[in-house]
Design a protein around this ligand. Sequence first.
Ligand code: HSE
Length: 306
Amino acid sequence: MKSIKVFAPATVANVTCGFDILGFAVHEPGDEVLLKLRDSPGVNIKEIKGDGGLLPKEVEKNTVSVAIQEFINHLNIKQGVDIYLHKKMPLGSGLGSSAASAVAGVYGLNILLDSPLEVSDLLTFAMQGEAMACGEAHADNVAPALLGGFVLIRSYNPLDVIKIDAPKDLYATIIHPHIEIATKDARSILKKSLLLKDAVQQWGNVAGLITGLIKEDYSLIGRSMEDVIIEPVRSMLIPGFDQVKAAALQAGALGCGISGSGPSIFSLSRSANQVAEVMSKCFQSINISSDRFISKVNQQGPLIIS
Ligand code: HSE
């Protein structure tokens, strides 16, 4: 029986100013998916580990099986697949958990089928998993999880995704406080219209951040990591957000913001340890326990484990 086990990484979406259009991959945490091909048709989720029993095993309700089913439908084949999902990252954390599972699934299946599609063509199937999980097919987690690196989604229709090289000395520090925020909820509280002056400031920052990454201009990266549209609304869901951000900046971070839809908070810096320490301490001081992850930008994306 043909089988493959794939790891796909966590991702930081939005990267402050780039709501739904910017994201990057990190080395850890991430999810593992084992796929086994079957002769009889149909997609089955055989086992889910590490989710505390929270994720649905119904094929149409889990991001990995939805993405795989979309891929199989596109190829118009009768291939049967058994899925064993090992969640190795927290759910509802703002680290792209649903995206990592979907990406590991479609990436692995493509290899098992002798790569009928280019890796970048798998994006659209992984996005269907996001559409099912959060109501909208945003790509700022799935694209970096699949392609690695920093990714810009220039357009959704038509889909136009651009990978941007990250500076070598850039570290991401992610602090995951032990509270849960569902992406669907964090999207539902956003305002549906915005002021032109805020839009001007935001797109100036997006352009500045991309330019800073390409030119390896750390000061410009830091100046551009400002979100005047989403963060003021969502930060209210994260106790201690303002203190954690202030402490990270004080400790030398270039910039700091909400990872995806939260509650994780990330910062970018040229050396990470000091920043991680102060960010964790802030949560400790308000009696919220947290995990921390420190990683350079993961340029590779998914990894074949076996
Ligand atoms: N761009 C998405 C959002 C990412 O902020 O809702 C979700 O992780």
